[in-house]
Structure formats: structure tokens, C-alpha cells
Write a protein that binds this ligand. Structure first.
Ligand code: HEC
Ligand code: HEC
Ligand code: HEC
Ligand code: HEC
Ligand code: HEC
Ligand code: HEC
Ligand code: HEC
Ligand code: HEC
Ligand code: HEC
Ligand code: HEC
Length: 294
């Protein structure tokens, strides 16, 4: 088998994937279903991008020695950073180097192989080491409880996925919330909040925007995972949420005099005025009322 290869390849130390079969039958037997098999099937890739050696590097020395870990790229011996580098040699198109480098996963030494299993993936999508929600919960147990609260996105039921909102490979810096606390939030088209991909009616553009929605972001008022309160709201009583900003403090706002206080007509002793969104119906933005009344 080795003898059949062109001398130039042998010089570089590449022997081709067939050679690995005899000693690693357990890996080979499933490999034809692996998306990485395409490089073998096509026969068009250069040796350093084909099959086993595309990831494990040239195998001649390893084969000559009839095994060993030091003479081949064994991922079990690599630092997280080296693993990321090896995979990004081919995947830098889907995964931005800049984003993954500063993601909290990379900073916490989480590498590709913490989430992907090249040879033993039990699921059909993306060679994940486990079903997506189980995978994420394994390290983020506290998040599971949030998705069991009375008001929630149905992630445990499979309607919504973590990756609908997050990019585990790191995300671009968002434009809302002044880019603070990005939390690997996936940025949708046009640098928007991912929420708008599904809640398209909140996208606008509205003639009258509520600055809170676009500038502060949806999380200013909603707990994205789950909440004890209806509509995923951060506070049990809507008016307390509104008054956190509408308190006249700061120098923000149209007149530079702070976020507007409710006007004198609003009698907070009258329970009628506690239901702010009973009158300010179009709280996410309106095309006909600057005060979002219709
Ligand atoms: C896409 C990159 C990639 C390709 C292609 C690849 N491997 Fe691997 N291989 C890995 C990674 C990553 C690991 C480490 C396993 C882990 O941490 O989950 C691994 C582990 C192994 C192991 C250790 C035992 C095991 O089951 O984990 C052997 C042996 C192995 N690979 C052989 C091969 C052979 C033979 C081929 C070709 C048929 C091949 N690999 C193709 C990435 C690859
Ligand atoms: C003659 C038998 C033989 C052949 C051929 C062979 N290997 Fe191995 N390989 C072994 C043995 C034995 C080990 C275990 C070494 C150890 O545990 O110290 C091993 C270990 C490995 C490992 C390290 C797994 C780990 O624990 O991280 C990788 C990767 C690997 N082989 C890939 C390949 C690839 C790719 C080829 C084809 C180019 C190949 N092997 C061909 C015998 C072979
Ligand atoms: C030699 C180039 C190469 C290297 C190195 C490589 N890959 Fe791939 N990978 C590919 C190609 C090509 C595909 C198939 C893309 C397609 O289906 O069109 C692929 C597919 C995948 C997929 C499946 C994508 C899907 O949509 O299902 C995952 C996950 C993946 N690679 C992860 C990795 C990881 C993790 C590593 C490092 C251990 C790695 N790859 C190393 C070339 C490579
Ligand atoms: C924290 C977990 C995690 C880490 C770390 C991780 N991935 Fe992923 N990756 C995922 C998940 C989850 C998906 C599936 C996304 C989906 O279903 O939308 C995915 C999808 C992919 C895909 C399919 C194409 C795509 O972009 O959706 C490729 C290729 C891939 N990952 C490669 C890599 C490589 C290479 C690394 C390391 C540089 C890596 N991943 C690190 C969790 C991870
Ligand atoms: C192997 C463990 C592990 C897995 C698996 C994992 N994470 Fe993480 N994740 C971490 C660690 C460690 C951090 C950084 C420390 C922290 O902030 O909790 C982190 C941070 C995060 C953050 C950012 C937190 C912040 O404050 O910036 C998000 C979002 C996140 N992970 C989502 C996911 C998603 C979605 C998945 C599944 C696709 C996933 N993680 C899988 C370990 C993991
Ligand atoms: C509907 C969108 C959405 C879904 C689905 C989602 N997240 Fe989040 N997640 C967010 C947002 C937005 C934040 C930032 C919250 C903030 O900064 O107040 C966040 C924050 C986080 C954090 C940082 C810790 C914290 O509480 O601030 C982690 C970890 C996390 N998510 C993990 C996950 C995991 C794991 C899943 C799937 C089981 C998931 N998320 C599903 C939108 C989502
Ligand atoms: C993948 C699509 C998707 C994404 C992305 C998404 N949502 Fe949702 N959202 C839904 C679905 C579906 C429901 C309905 C929940 C149900 O029926 O259990 C929902 C429900 C809600 C509700 C509660 C509505 C009610 O009547 O109780 C709020 C509030 C909400 N989402 C806000 C957000 C925010 C904020 C984000 C971004 C952090 C977001 N959503 C991202 C699909 C999505
Ligand atoms: C200023 C606070 C605030 C912000 C910011 C905000 N919301 Fe809301 N949202 C509310 C309130 C209050 C309700 C409940 C309205 C009611 O009582 O009828 C609500 C209800 C909802 C509902 C369920 C009812 C409906 O109208 O469909 C969804 C879905 C929703 N919001 C999504 C979003 C999304 C997506 C964003 C970001 C683009 C966002 N919200 C930003 C305050 C806010
Ligand atoms: C995160 C902070 C924040 C929260 C929470 C918030 N708002 Fe606002 N709101 C603003 C800002 C900023 C403006 C723009 C003020 C300006 O331009 O002077 C605004 C404008 C308004 C206006 C238009 C006022 C005007 O003079 O143009 C109304 C009405 C309003 N908000 C009602 C509400 C209600 C009702 C709630 C609760 C459901 C609420 N807001 C929650 C920040 C917030
Ligand atoms: C009964 C209906 C109603 C309720 C309930 C209500 N508002 Fe208003 N709000 C109005 C009307 C009408 C105006 C415009 C006329 C005025 O200022 O009285 C207004 C004006 C405003 C303004 C703009 C003031 C200015 O000077 O530009 C803000 C801010 C505001 N409301 C916030 C709130 C908040 C916060 C709540 C809940 C605590 C609330 N509103 C409850 C009807 C209501």
C-alpha cells in the first residue's frame, strides 16, 4: 500500500487513510458516514487535507513504529489552543478566529473537542458529543432550572435551541447595549438581536421607537431564558419595571433631561395607573403614537 504512493508524498510523510484501517478498524468502520470522509471520497484534496491525516498529520513514522502517540498528532495530548488551531486550519470560514479567540469558552479552556466528538458522535447533527441541550446543561446546570420556570422559552421541549440565541463559537460584538455583556449572543442579520429572527413584529422600523428596545435590548425588560413572571418579564409588576428607567435621572433622552418621568396626570396612588401597558399598548414601538398609546 505504501509502495503504491507517489514518492513525493512519502517524503512529506503522508501514507493515505487506507493504511490506518488495519490497526484502527473501530474508527474506520464508522468513518464513511463522517462529513470528513468527503475528502477521501472526492480524491481531489491534497494529502494534508485528506482523511485521517487531514487532522492527525502525516502518519508514516507512526505506521513504521506500529503505533505510538508522540509520532502523530494525538488530540489527547494537545492543549486546547492547539486543538482549536488544528481544526481552524479548515474551519476558519464558518468560525471567525477573532470571535472564538475572545469568547468566554476559549478563555475557560473549552476547545472544539469539549463539544464535538469526531469519531463517536451519537447524534446526526454537527458531530456533537451529545444532544445539544444535554451538552450545554452538562456545564451550565443553573440554566436548566431557568428553562423550567412558569414563563419560558420551550428549550427543554425542543421548540427553541440554545444556538438560536447563542453562538458557542463566540459572536461578533453586538451594537445594542453598547456592546456590554455580550454573552456570546448570536448576532442576526444586520447586527440585530437574535430575538428578532423569530419575533419579527418587534423589528420595526417604527416611526416612534422606544429607545429601551433598540438601545438597551430586549433583556432590559425580559429574562430571555425564563421567569416567574408572565411574558418572561423581569419584574412581577410591570410598572416597577418602567419606573426603574422613567425616574427622571441621568442626562439621557430626547431633551437631555433624563428619561422622562410619567407626567403629572399619572397618579401613582390610583391603581389604574399601575397597568402602564394597559394604555401604552405598543410598548415595543408604534407607527402612530409617540407615546405608544396605539
Ligand atoms: C476532523 C478531524 C479528524 C479526522 C478526519 C480523524 N480524526 Fe481521529 N481523532 C480526532 C480527534 C479530535 C480525536 C480525539 C477524540 C476526542 O477527544 O473526542 C481523535 C481520536 C482518534 C483516535 C483515538 C481513539 C478514539 O477513538 O478516540 C484514533 C485511533 C484516531 N482518531 C484515528 C483516526 C483515523 C484512523 C482516522 C481516519 C479514518 C481519523 N482518526 C480521522 C480527529 C480526527
Ligand atoms: C500498525 C498498526 C497501526 C497503524 C497502521 C496505525 N496506527 Fe495509529 N496507533 C496504533 C497503536 C498501537 C496506537 C496506540 C498507541 C498508544 O496508546 O501508545 C495508535 C495510536 C494512534 C493515535 C493516538 C490516539 C490517542 O490516544 O490520542 C492516533 C491519532 C492514531 N493512532 C492515528 C493513526 C492514523 C491516522 C493512522 C494512519 C495514518 C494510524 N494511526 C495507523 C497502531 C497503528
Ligand atoms: C482537513 C480539513 C479539515 C480539518 C482539519 C477539520 N475539518 Fe471539520 N470538516 C471539514 C470538511 C471538508 C467538512 C465537511 C463540510 C461539508 O459537509 O461540506 C467538515 C465538517 C465538520 C463538521 C460537521 C459540519 C456539519 O454541518 O455537520 C464538524 C462539526 C467539524 N467538521 C468539526 C471539526 C473539528 C472539531 C475539527 C478538529 C478536530 C475539524 N473539523 C477539523 C474539513 C476539516
Ligand atoms: C461549547 C461547545 C462548542 C465548542 C467549544 C465548539 N463547538 Fe462547534 N458547534 C457547537 C454546536 C452546539 C453546534 C451546532 C450548531 C447548530 O446546531 O446550530 C456546532 C456546530 C459546528 C459546526 C457546523 C457548522 C456551524 O457553524 O454550525 C462546525 C463546522 C463546528 N461546530 C466546528 C467547531 C470547531 C472547529 C470548534 C473549535 C475551533 C468548535 N466547533 C467548538 C458547539 C461547540
Ligand atoms: C465543557 C463545559 C462547557 C460546555 C459543554 C458548554 N459550556 Fe458554555 N461555558 C463554559 C464555561 C467554563 C464558561 C465560562 C465561565 C462562565 O461564564 O460560566 C462558559 C460560558 C458560556 C456563556 C457566556 C457566559 C458569559 O457570562 O459570558 C454562554 C452564553 C455559554 N457558555 C453557552 C453555552 C452553550 C449554548 C453551550 C452548548 C452549545 C455551552 N455553553 C456548552 C463551559 C461549557
Ligand atoms: C431566547 C434566547 C436564548 C436562548 C434560547 C438561550 N439563551 Fe442563554 N442567554 C440569552 C441572553 C439574551 C443572555 C444574556 C442575558 C443578560 O445579559 O442579561 C443569555 C445568557 C446566558 C448565559 C450567561 C449567564 C447569565 O445568566 O447571564 C449562559 C451561561 C447561557 N445564556 C446559556 C444558555 C444555554 C445553556 C441555553 C440552552 C439550554 C441558552 N442559554 C438558551 C438568550 C438565550
Ligand atoms: C427560535 C425562535 C425564537 C427566538 C430566537 C426567540 N424567541 Fe421568544 N418565543 C419564541 C416562541 C416559539 C415563543 C412562544 C413560547 C411558547 O409557546 O411556549 C416565544 C415567547 C416569547 C415571549 C413570551 C410571550 C408570551 O406570550 O408569554 C417573550 C417575552 C419572548 N419570547 C422574548 C424573546 C426574547 C427577548 C428573545 C431574545 C433574547 C427571544 N424571545 C428569542 C421563539 C423565539
Ligand atoms: C421597555 C421594556 C421592554 C423591552 C425593552 C422589550 N419588551 Fe417585550 N414586552 C414588554 C412588556 C411590558 C410586555 C407585556 C405587554 C403586556 O402586558 O401586554 C412585553 C411583551 C412581549 C411579548 C409577548 C406579547 C407580544 O407583544 O407579542 C414578546 C414576544 C416580547 N415582548 C418580545 C420582545 C422582544 C423580542 C424585545 C426586543 C426586541 C422586547 N420584547 C423588548 C416590555 C418590553
Ligand atoms: C431600560 C430603560 C427603560 C425602561 C425599562 C422603560 N423605558 Fe420607556 N423610555 C426609555 C427611554 C430611554 C425613552 C426615551 C426618552 C426620551 O426620548 O426622552 C423612553 C420613552 C418612553 C415613552 C415616550 C416618552 C416621550 O416623552 O416620548 C413612553 C410613553 C415610555 N417610555 C413608556 C414606558 C413604559 C410604559 C415602560 C414599562 C413597560 C417603559 N417605558 C420602560 C427607557 C425605558
Ligand atoms: C390610563 C392610561 C395610562 C396609564 C395606565 C399610564 N399612562 Fe403614561 N400616559 C398616558 C397618556 C394619555 C399620556 C399623555 C398625556 C399625559 O402626559 O398625561 C401619557 C404619558 C406618559 C409619558 C410621557 C410623559 C411626557 O411628559 O412626555 C410617560 C413617560 C408615561 N406616560 C409613562 C407611563 C408609565 C411608566 C406608566 C405606568 C407606571 C404609565 N405611563 C401609565 C396614559 C397612561
Amino acid at each position: 500500500m505504501i509502495a503504491a504512493l507517489a514518492p513525493a508524498l512519502l517524503l512529506a510523510g503522508y501514507v493515505g487513510s487506507e493504511v490506518c484501517r488495519s490497526c484502527h478498524p473501530d474508527v474506520w468502520v464508522h468513518f464513511f458516514r463522517n462529513p470528513h470522509f468527503k475528502s477521501i471520497a472526492s480524491g481531489r484534496e491534497p494529502p494534508e487535507r485528506t482523511g485521517c491525516e487531514g487532522c492527525h498529520g502525516p502518519g508514516a513514522e507512526h505506521v513504521r513504529a506500529r503505533g505510538g502517540k508522540e509520532n502523530i498528532r494525538a488530540f489527547s495530548l494537545l492543549e486546547p489552543e492547539q486543538t482549536i488551531g488544528a481544526c481552524l486550519a479548515c474551519h476558519a470560514r464558518e468560525i471567525s478566529r477573532a470571535a472564538i479567540r475572545r469568547s468566554s469558552h476559549t478563555m475557560a479552556d473549552i476547545a472544539c473537542t469539549s463539544c464535538h466528538s469526531i469519531h463517536h458522535s451519537p447524534v446526526p447533527q454537527a458531530l456533537l458529543a451529545r444532544r445539544q441541550t444535554d451538552l450545554c446543561y452538562e456545564c451550565h446546570a443553573e440554566v436548566r432550572a431557568q428553562f423550567s420556570l412558569p414563563s419560558k422559552h420551550r428549550v427543554n421541549e425542543g421548540t427553541v435551541k440554545c444556538t438560536d440565541c447563542h453562538n458557542p463559537h463566540g459572536a461578533q460584538a453586538p451594537t445594542w447595549r453598547m456592546g456590554l455583556r455580550p454573552r456570546m449572543i448570536e448576532v442576526a442579520q444586520a447586527n440585530e438581536q437574535p430575538c428578532l429572527r423569530c419575533h419579527t413584529d418587534k423589528r420595526g422600523p417604527f416611526a416612534f421607537e422606544h429607545a429601551a428596545v433598540r438601545v438597551d435590548g430586549c433583556e432590559a425588560c425580559h429574562a430571555p431564558h425564563g421567569s416567574m413572571n408572565a411574558r418572561l418579564l423581569r419584574r412581577p409588576a410591570v410598572f416597577t419595571l418602567c419606573l426603574e428607567c422613567h425616574n427622571g435621572a441621568g442626562d439621557f433622552g430626547r431633551q437631555g433631561d433624563g428619561v422622562r418621568l410619567t407626567s403629572g396626570s399619572h397618579n401613582m396612588a390610583d391603581p389604574r395607573y399601575h397597568n402602564c401597558t394597559g394604555c401604552h399598548l405598543r410598548i415595543h414601538g408604534s407607527n402612530s403614537s409617540p407615546l405608544f398609546l396605539r
